[in-house]
Design a protein around this ligand. Structure first.
Ligand code: PEP
Ligand code: MG
Length: 558
């Protein structure tokens, strides 16, 4: 029987398929004593599990190729280490189960790595993944991480880490449903970047049995469990119709009376360029370089200058004569990078992240800036470089100085993601040439509401008039200084809100490529004066709902 679950639709489109659950972290197996007679059988189970996991890692390496293959092969070598097997067998011989012996042997191995210098300590996360894989196989529970499947499926998870999503194969993942995560969480952003229909914050999703058929409507936020055949046909037809309607024009972004608002793409690296171009992006408003760092070296090692030059050049050469705004690494909080983020912060979202981290690791920032400069050499692109999580003028000045010292030939800007940056936007503009409002973090910090927490999604609503005030203040400061102020947070992807942001004075909008056509179509239906009236109406409301209704009333001429 069909049932319907509801969450927040965060990436448009319809997906119908069977559930595969994201494997969760393996629990610690109980320390149970087995009789000596069972030891040979347990040792055999352990040996077989080690062999199977090593073979699986090698096979995945072959499939992945490149740097990922090197990482997976190094993990396979850990599993094949004869010392590991010998230790497991010893532990079983004195009464451990196979899974407990693996667990304990890996813990001992881990201590060894931790004590063996920085490089080997960096392999601890790989060892933990290996341990989880072996223990999961022995316990007969799903493998941690992205499921193994040759058939396309709907991925269901409690939440997704950037490291998981960066490796998703879009040929296999039809749709994404998560139990946690809000509209601005990284699972949502990545799903949009991948163009995969997704619904987040769906209570009960993680409990649905494996292989259940789901129909996911990323536009309405509905997740239909066991949909009837008629329902499936209806949803597919609706999805086709929506697609056809939007495939229309790829004109530049403008209001109906010709006020230009460049529509740019948010991308995570070269793999997203094609989708951006296909959707008619007029450039890139946000290149999130940390996703590229994660997908090349994992989170433990800084990507080399040469690998960065290659990737950036691929992106920059795809946009001749256009703007490409590259954000330097935004490590920390929800996007931890092992080589930059401290492991033991009590409150990472309020701790070392973004530009704060980079200013503490000037060599990482300098390498990235040098790579960008080299990548842009001889290309007719308008390169712009910006820093995330800037709190004040000192941050902006330090970033601008780092750019000058590295010989960066690009416009230098900062993101407005903290209330302090919005309040003192004019001061920031004495140091840099442009601003870009990151509404995801600006909401998180303005409302003191963790953007990862589904239960707080009310406070992550970019329609909140308090957030609109902060955007208005920032745009006004940029206007007064004769400089530009874009929005690259998820707010820009909401067609109605895009009109309101235009009315607030924002000069460009950057979003996931899949959102561009809807925003373009919405802007083309209203004049700049209407946008301004809608913005004023939204700001005089007291809640996100009222603001939305007030803006809609103005824009639809009610
Ligand atoms: C934002 O905070 O709005 C933003 C665009 O940056 P990110 O979502 O990558 O933190
Ligand atoms: Mg941000």
């Amino acid at each position: 029987m069909e049932t319907t679950l509801r969450g927040v639709g965060v990436s448009h489109g319809v997906a119908i398929g069977e559930i595969r659950h994201m494997g969760t972290a393996v629990l610690e197996p109980p320390a149970r004593q087995i009789p000596g007679s069972e030891a040979p059988r347990e040792q055999r189970r352990a040996r077989q599990a080690l062999q199977a996991v090593a073979a699986d890692l090698t096979a995945r390496g072959f499939l992945a190729g490149g740097d990922a293959q090197a990482v997976l092969e190094a993990q396979a070598l850990m599993v094949r280490d004869p010392e590991l097997l010998a230790d497991v067998e010893r532990r079983v011989a004195v009464g451990s189960t196979a899974e407990r012996a693996v667990y304990d042997a890996c813990a001992a191995y881990r201590d060894l790595l931790l004590g063996a210098g920085e490089y080997l300590a960096g392999r601890v996360a790989d060892l933990e993944d290996v341990r989880n894989r072996i223990v999961a196989r022995l316990l007969g529970v799903p493998m941690p991480g992205v499921p193994d499947s040759d058939e396309p499926y709907v991925l269901v998870a409690r939440d997704l880490a950037p490291a998981d999503t960066a490796l998703l194969d879009t040929a296999l993942v039809l749709g994404i449903v998560t139990e946690e995560g809000g509209p601005t969480s990284h699972s949502a952003i990545l799903a949009r970047a991948l163009g995969v229909p997704a619904v987040v914050g769906v209570p009960g999703a993680a409990e649905l049995p494996e292989s259940t058929v789901l129909a996911v409507d990323g536009s309405t936020g509905e997740v239909i469990v066991d949909p009837s055949a008629a329902r499936q046909d209806g949803l597919r037809a609706l999805a086709e119709q929506r697609k056809a309607e939007l495939a229309a024009a790829k004109d530049p972004g403008r209001t109906s009376d010709g006020h230009l608002v460049p529509l740019l793409a948010n991308i995570g690296g070269p793999a997203d360029v094609e989708a951006a171009l296909e959707a008619g992006a007029e450039g890139v408003g946000l290149l999130r370089t940390e996703f590229f760092a994660l997908s090349t070296t994992g989170s433990e090692e800084a990507p080399s200058e040469s690998s960065q030059v290659e990737a950036y050049r691929e992106v920059l050469s795809a946009f001749p004569g256009r703007r490409v705004v590259v954000r330097v690494l935004d490590a920390g909080a929800d996007k931890p990078l092992g080589f930059l983020s401290p492991a033991d912060e009590p409150n990472p979202a309020l701790g070392m992240r973004g530009v704060r981290t980079l200013l503490q690791h000037p060599e990482v920032l300098r390498t990235q800036l040098l790579a960008l400069t080299k990548a842009a050499e001889g290309l007719p692109v308008h390169l712009e470089v910006m820093a995330p999580m800037v709190a004040d003028r000192d941050d902006a000045r330090a970033f601008a100085e780092a750019c000058r010292a590295a010989g960066v030939r690009a416009s230098v800007g900062v993101m407005v993601e903290t209330p302090s940056a919005a309040l003192r936007a004019r001061a920031l503009l004495r140091e840099v040439e442009f601003l870009s409002v990151g509404t995801n973090d600006l909401a998180q910090y303005a409302f003191a509401a963790d953007r990862q927490a589904a239960t707080l999604s009310r406070l992550q609503d970019p329609w909140h008039p308090a957030l609109l005030d902060l955007v208005a203040m920032t745009a006004e400061a940029a206007r007064a200084e004769g400089k530009s102020c874009g929005v690259c947070g998820e707010a820009a992807a909401d067609p109605l809100l895009a009109c309101v942001l235009t009315g607030l004075g924002v000069t460009s909008l950057s979003m996931a490529p899949s959102a561009l056509s809807r925003v373009r179509a919405a802007l083309a239906t209203c004049t700049l004066a209407q946008c301004r009236r809608a913005a004023a109406a939204a700001r005089s409301a007291d809640s996100p709902e009222e603001a939305r209704l007030a803006a809609r009333a103005v824009l639809s001429g009610e």
